[in-house]
Design a protein. Structure first.
Ligand SMILES: Cc1cc2nc3c(=O)[nH]c(=O)nc-3n(C[C@H](O)[C@H](O)[C@H](O)COP(=O)(O)O)c2cc1C
Ligand code: SF4
Length: 679
């Protein structure tokens, strides 16, 4: 029997959880027609198989029709959810994991133009900035209807066989009642008395209890400190916990700190890379001690050592490692096998979460199999035939290709012109705030070394270098170079965002950053320049700046840039640049027409993505069996490529990542995984 605190079972009422590691509720936006179908199920089953004790499914599964699915939530108000949830639950149970589901009414945290176009409802007219909807103030008939909806949904989930339910009570309807900031009702559901503000929550729990009985597990995930003047503070938060426990109706608490009505608020609740690890663990411990109540908690506990400490020190009863499990679903298995050092690290990039707020599905920036369990493997199967695989480039695409080819058992050699692996990620990681990104490369390097992949750093691979290796397969992952030739005149007078980030070019003192790629590099360069005390204007022809950076990732940039001498200009386009003595004159127009302005600056920085470095690919193409072609149908179906176009060729040739076209880290890694898993 292991003595590892993380591997000790935990008894919650009648339910024995096999260890202390859980996945907290998170909506990855995988439902189809609002239902947790195959994709959703396989995502959870993968983690159940690998040993997680409890998976809290859904995020914010909607109990009412006027809680429309703003990020493709599960529709718990439909009866057809029962068989889907049952299938998911049964399969997770077969692998020993407990399954619960988070239910909610989103209140004002949604939009009226989704779902059935019903008005958004809340205990006041005040809107949540992040979702923009002005709510209707809730009426008595709404209250009784919604209490009934919660009870109906609880009954459905019990019928599906789940082990319990959690109520989302931070930033959603139930908590909008509790917070004085979002409740302008009078008694009995509003006013200064906490009991009145908690009344809606307690009536919901009572309504659910009447349907599901006293044995069924019900917990509350609530904010113990909204971190807003006039909101719920820690003293009141602890009092809420005490009252929940005293009610005898609630079985566990899941501790949150903060508020989620704005992007910065949400980012503090779910911290991203560069922010402190486990920032609220002590608070969770304090609440646990003050309430003597089973306590769950998650907030950037990405590593096993901190999770172990959280349990050993009695801070929590169950520790959430949610994004950590998106990155590596096999954490528990690896802990049990004493292979913690092989866990793929969550780097806090928050690509997963930011995507769902843009209407996409949650994908992990560096595990392309997550959310694609139907087609992509987390464990790579060995190949039936060992082949010589030559990879050119050790950026994210090349490193993933090397890792997967190594795991297939191939004889792999990687050529890289630089002295170190990493490519563009090495540039990204120059920002102290984004330094965690380098783990994407370090983890792959360690994996490759353990599998005997050979690296030739500082080597510029030419056609002959490759041919001399007698390869069966050549993969070109050479990435790209900054593309700055976008002006009508003056292209020779500008520098690239990479020039600034790498330190190759000294920042000017009055700088125009023209960013129509809208990705991290533009803002990163602006930050480097502004940090020297320079004035920076960040200009884009788009309607909003840095759209590829997305909501939560923008927060740390704004917290930095707004304190520096920066301005943001949207809907203007840099047309040309010319010299003016020691300085430059930038001519600015607009896609909307009829505008011509001038800026006097001493430096112009362009961020316009990359141009593929593809000479080697085109040189090798005629000698390859497939003439560089990829059969997309077979690629998508997970079938090996056939490579038959040129019978005189001696190797198959493929191109992945930015060597094809400027995209992002996830795209590069997905390119590599889905191609190489079948080589
Ligand atoms: C894609 C995604 C969706 C999420 N959706 C929800 C949600 O619907 N309800 C909820 O309570 N928390 C949600 N969360 C927050 C997680 O439960 C968790 O609190 C957060 O990720 C911090 O824990 P971690 O650092 O272990 O990932 C979501 C997180 C992610 C990554
Ligand atoms: S995208 Fe980033 S934060 Fe999200 S799971 Fe992957 S590594 Fe972690």
């Amino acid at each position: 029997m292991s003595t590892d605190p993380l591997l000790q079972p935990y008894k919650l009422k009648h339910l024995t959880l096999r260890n202390r590691i859980m996945i907290t509720s998170h909506e990855p936006a995988y439902p189809e027609d609002g239902m947790p179908k195959d994709r959703y199920r396989l995502y959870h089953v993968e983690r159940a198989k690998a040993g997680v004790a409890l998976t809290m499914t859904a995020g914010s599964a909607a109990v009412s029709r006027d809680s429309p699915p703003v990020f493709n939530n599960i529709l718990a108000y439909k009866d057809e959810v029962v068989p889907w949830m049952k299938k998911l639950t049964d399969e997770c149970h077969e692998h020993g994991a407990a399954v619960m589901i988070q239910l909610t009414h989103l209140g004002r945290r949604t939009r009226w133009d989704k779902g059935d176009w019903l008005p958004v409802v809340a205990p006041s007219h005040s809107r949540a900035a992040a979702h923009r909807a002005f709510p209707k103030q809730i009426e008595d008939w709404d209250i009784s209807r919604i209490i009934r909806d919660f009870a109906d949904a609880a009954e459905r989930m019990q019928a599906a066989g789940v082990d319990g339910i959690e109520l989302e009570t931070y930033g959603h309807l139930l908590d909008q009642f509790i917070s004085p900031l979002t409740n302008t009702l009078e008694a009995p559901y509003g006013g200064p008395e906490l009991d009145n503000r908690m009344r809606m929550l307690m009536e919901v729990v009572q309504g659910m209890r009447q349907r599901v009985g006293n044995e069924f597990i019900i917990g509350i995930r609530y904010t113990v400190d909204e971190d807003l003047p006039g909101g719920v503070d820690k003293a009141e938060g602890i009092e809420i916990g005490r009252r929940l426990k005293a009610s005898g109706l609630v079985d566990f608490q899941n501790i949150i700190r903060g508020h989620i009505d704005t992007d910065p608020g949400l980012t503090d609740v779910i911290p991203i890379q560069g922010m402190k690890n486990s920032p609220y663990l002590d608070l969770a411990g304090e609440v646990r001690a003050a309430t003597d109540f089973p306590t769950f908690h998650a907030a950037k506990i990405p590593d096993v050592a901190t999770a172990r400490y959280a349990i050993a020190a009695g801070k929590v009863d169950m520790v959430g490692m949610t994004r950590a499990h998106m990155t590596d679903p096999h954490i528990v298995r690896k802990i049990m096998a004493r292979q913690e050092d092989t866990i793929r690290p969550c780097v806090g990039a928050n690509y997963c979460l930011d995507r769902i707020y843009q209407g996409g599905a949650a994908f992990c920036i560096h595990n392309a199999a997550t959310g694609r369990e139907e087609t992509m493997p987390h464990d790579i199967a060995p190949a039936s035939q060992r082949r010589k695989v030559v990879i050119v480039g050790a950026g994210p695409a090349g490193m993933e290709a090397a890792r997967v080819a190594g795991a297939r058992g191939h004889d792999v050699v990687v050529f890289e012109a630089a002295e170190n692996p990493g490519g563009q990620i090495r540039l990204t990681a120059q920002s102290p705030r984004r330094h965690e990104m380098i783990s994407i490369i370090d983890w792959r390097m360690a994996q490759c070394e353990s599998m005997g992949v050979a690296f030739r750093f500082g080597t510029w691979a030419e056609e002959e270098t490759i041919i001399a290796e007698k390869p069966d397969v050549v993969i070109i992952a050479t990435g790209g170079l900054p593309h700055t030739e976008v002006l009508s005149t003056g292209n020779d007078l500008v520098v690239s965002s990479w020039d600034i980030i790498s330190g190759d070019v000294k920042p000017g003192s009055n700088v125009l950053v023209f960013d129509d790629a809208g990705d991290h590099a533009g803002l990163q360069a602006a930050e480097v320049i502004a940090a020297t005390g320079a004035h920076v204007e960040i200009m884009t022809p788009d309607r909003s700046f840095a759209p590829e950076v997305m909501a939560m990732n923008l927060v740390p940039y704004m917290r930095s840039l707004q304190k520096l001498d920066t301005t943001f200009t949207v809907t203007y386009r840099l047309d040309s640049v010319r010299r003016d003595g020691n300085g430059l004159i930038a001519t600015v127009g607009s896609d909307y027409g009829g505008v011509s302005q001038e800026r006097h600056v001493d430096q112009v920085v362009i961020n316009h993505g990359t141009i593929p470095l593809d000479e080697l690919y085109f040189a090798l193409k005629p000698q390859s069996t497939n003439l560089g072609a990829v059969d997309y149908e077979r690629l998508i179906d997970g079938q090996p490529q056939l490579d038959v176009a040129n019978p005189d060729g001696t190797f198959a040739l493929y191109r992945i990542g930015d060597a094809v076209a400027a995209r992002n880290t996830h795209a590069a890694i997905y390119d590599a995984l889905r191609l190489v898993k079948d080589i």
